[in-house]
Design a protein. Structure first.
Length: 138
């Protein structure tokens, strides 16, 4: 069995964003030479997420509104974590959206359902963060 590891780095200038990272993951697959196996993608920061869904701007807007209702950023004083910080909501948003995804790799391609794409969700941006891509297989 072969193994491949690469870090994807992101500099998101806003507090929150959703970035389609499917093309970068597909480039990793090509670089790895692995045709059959599994692809793991996980956020390496506790205020970011990796998830799978549709690449549709209305849905991304709805996610943003929904997450803000469930874990509002302000007032920052509502969170105990925010003593000297202001990102408690980002930790909660990450918990809701998840840390990682695993996708089957078949014939050198991500074995997706219709419309599925991989996204990096940023909930406390404005600094450099990374996603781990780990591919195992033959």
């Amino acid at each position: 069995m072969k193994s491949f590891r690469k870090e994807l780095w992101f500099d998101v200038p806003t507090r929150r964003a959703f970035i389609n990272i499917t093309p970068q993951v597909e480039a990793c697959i090509r670089q790895s030479g692995i045709k059959e196996g599994l692809v793991l993608c996980n956020a390496m920061h506790i205020t970011a997420s990796v998830f799978i869904n549709d690449d549709e701007s209305g849905l991304h807007h709805d996610y943003d509104v929904w997450l803000e209702k469930l874990a509002p950023h302000e007032p920052v004083s509502q969170y105990r974590h925010n003593v000297g910080e202001d990102n408690a909501d980002a930790h909660m948003k990450r918990q809701l959206m998840g840390r990682e995804v695993v996708v089957a790799l078949t014939e050198g391609k991500l074995d997706f359902g219709t419309w599925e794409q991989i996204f990096y969700g940023e909930f406390d941006g404005r600094r450099r963060k990374r996603v781990l891509v780990k591919i195992i297989g033959e």
